[in-house]
Design a binder for this molecule. Sequence first.
Ligand SMILES: Cc1cc2nc3c(=O)[nH]c(=O)nc-3n(C[C@H](O)[C@H](O)[C@H](O)COP(=O)(O)OP(=O)(O)OC[C@H]3O[C@@H](n4cnc5c(N)ncnc54)[C@H](O)[C@@H]3O)c2cc1C
Length: 495
Amino acid sequence: MDKVRHLVVLGGGISGLSAAYYLQRMSLNGLKHTINLSNQYNKITVLESSPRIGGWIESTTLNNGAIFEHGPRSLRPSGVGKNSLDLVNNLGLSDIVVPVLQSHPGVKNRFIYANGQLHTLPSSLGALFKKQTLFSQRLITSLIKEIFKEKNCKQDESIHSFVSRRFSTEIADYLVDAFCIGIFAADCRNLSVRSCLPLLFDAEQSRGSVVLANLFPSADIDEGIEKCHLIKRAQEEGWSNWTLRGGLQRLPDKMHQTLKNEGVNVTTSTACTSIEFNQTNAGKMVANIRTSSGANIEADHVIGAVSSQALAALLPECHSTFTNVLSSLDAVDVAVVNLEYSGNVLDKQGFGYLIPSNQKCKLLGVVFDSCSFPDNDRQESASTRLTCMMGGSWFQEYFGDPHSVDHDHLLAVAKETIREHLGIVQEPENTAVRVQHKCITSYRPGHFKTLENLESYIEERNLPLSLVGSSYYGVSVNDCIYNARKTAERIINSI
Ligand SMILES: Cc1cc2nc3c(=O)[nH]c(=O)nc-3n(C[C@H](O)[C@H](O)[C@H](O)COP(=O)(O)OP(=O)(O)OC[C@H]3O[C@@H](n4cnc5c(N)ncnc54)[C@H](O)[C@@H]3O)c2cc1C
């Protein structure tokens, strides 16, 4: 390669780190196999505005060894999750993966809190035939009826409307409302079924029924993911989800270390402050990036792995059509309250519980961290870790301005609510309160169209820019890693 080709990644969250990791790997492989050399990048820089790496992935180790997760805590091993296991395996982190098996109470026992009590969700086929406390009909009735419902050819609709139409309003109001709160901390009446739950949307479009598509699934598409020993283990042992011993933060930390060892320049405490796209004398589009440290970097390609709103703020007025769309992708604020108690204070084992929005409760849900991942408890004596999630779409309504909310108030609400729901009167020994601002993007109905518009704007103007991150193609950590890989492949393969 005769010329330095510089690729700059904005954001050192899991998306940005993954994009840099895959590009570095693909460039190295390209050099080995001497293919497509003109598309390899021999200089990769990651700019991260905060002093730490990992974005929303953040774990704190308490003095007693217990872990508090302030963001994500577990990943699923199936679907695109296989790609994350492959990554973890390649990074040499297999030994610290802590799985939860499908047979574990932390998986089988999932609860919904409604009408003053905890309801156990069905975890077996047999349970669908029994009358559940939360529903007026046996669930099997709605499932059988769904098979015969007519297919709707709408391009998109809200999750609530989709589920009410195909199953029942009761299932939408309680089960799916709570499920969406657990993933998006948002109201399923304003979330796109096509973008948030693509498997449901595709099931209706391709098979005419969600139930049929689940009873007779199409072959699993592995998308070129080789089956490493961790993927095989997950399948053989029946993992439901997994985390890392010592906290999920160990994933971005290890990626950071690996990138540095391979010569990628990862710079923390350095924000990108503006980007301009210019044409060189040779007619090539480049990006001119300014940073908070005063540097001016010319990049052959930029990966925007910051939130859509953060990216919009970096682009000049001449791209206002584009930035207006980026800014319109709204995200919710979530308060995360971690609690650690001495002894076992739970009289139920399970994953935790979620609270449907119609209950008008100030909590979104509670995760029983100790049940699923006791490895991350303090080790010298029995203890219980819980995490309360609060706010989301309802933050303003219950707590006012997320920037000025009193953290002691959030802690008091969390303790009071779990006293009422779980009967825990004991004071926690350790606590932490974080308000995570604009942390999960709410994909509104029509989100797919918004993405098409954004991508065609970039393509039509030949901008050397790629969009990755949770604002666009999936909010889970698995989605972020997988989409970063796909973007890296596209960049390397583009001519
Ligand atoms: C409370 C919570 C719980 C969650 N639980 C789960 C879970 O259990 N499982 C799961 O799969 N997912 C979960 N998620 C979702 C998942 O954690 C996120 O979607 C994912 O981590 C987003 O990663 P990202 O890299 O796209 O964005 P981010 O993590 O937001 O990273 C973007 C980075 O860009 C940096 N940045 C911003 N502006 C600039 C700039 N101008 N210049 C340079 N850098 C900049 C930021 O500091 C940040 O580090 C959870 C999210 C939250 C908030």
